[in-house]
Design a protein around this ligand. Structure first.
Ligand code: ZN
Length: 205
């Protein structure tokens, strides 16, 4: 099986518990510490087998190998990747079966992480996720006061639109946001607008 390590916690004796997102599930697995074992790291794509699936304890990861991306050695890109991938565990917690959409979304993002501004990839991936989950809000009325929006809008978590003065947040041109939601592309947004949108996404999916 292949999956992304979306969360990693220390257990006793340097063992660890990893939450791995595959194309079918986001589940916890136990990993025994061993000098000859490859080190499990947050955000990595791993290929693995599972043992002890039907026992009383957490199933265990075995025959694990890391599937590398060149940018994993780039500290800044890796930090942005951690910020992004960490959002998936709380979002998908308690989901038994998972559509492969989430795994595919991460894989697609990882494959182009070094070819574009990663913050743009985060924003575009998030719009794709909101569409998939049927959570895109129409850009008409303010989510807070329910009055018509003007030329400038701010976005709250889940990219809910609001008047900048209603949520005391930075504003972006409404037609640019509209275009972004419809096309799923950030080409009309400049880097400082991307920074604003990125800071909304990393508050939570
Ligand atoms: Zn308002």
């Amino acid at each position: 099986m292949k999956g992304f390590v979306v969360a990693l916690r220390r257990a006793k004796n340097e063992d660890s518990i990893a939450i791995v997102l595959t194309d079918k599930s986001a589940r916890s697995y136990y990993r025994f510490f061993g000098a000859r074992h490859s080190i499990l790291q947050l955000g990595h794509l791993i290929d693995f087998e599972v043992e002890g699936e039907d026992g009383r304890f957490l199933p265990r990861l075995r025959s694990l190998s890391q599937m590398g991306f060149k940018w994993l050695r780039d500290r800044n890109r890796l930090m942005l990747w951690h910020n992004f991938i960490k959002l998936f565990e709380p979002h998908l917690r308690d989901t038994e079966e998972l559509d492969r959409f989430y795994f595919d979304l991460l894989l697609k993002a990882a494959r182009k992480w070094d070819k574009q501004n990663p913050k743009r990839i985060v924003c575009e991936s998030y719009v794709e996720l909101l569409k998939f989950e049927g959570r895109i809000y129409p850009i008409g009325k303010c989510y807070i006061c329910e009055q018509d929006l003007g030329e400038s809008v701010s976005l709250m978590t889940s990219f809910k639109p609001a008047h900048p003065e209603c949520i005391y947040a930075s504003a972006i041109n409404k037609s640019k946001i509209d275009e972004f939601f419809r096309e799923g592309k950030t080409i009309y947004l400049n880097d400082s607008e991307i920074d604003i949108l990125y800071s909304v996404v990393i508050k939570g999916l």
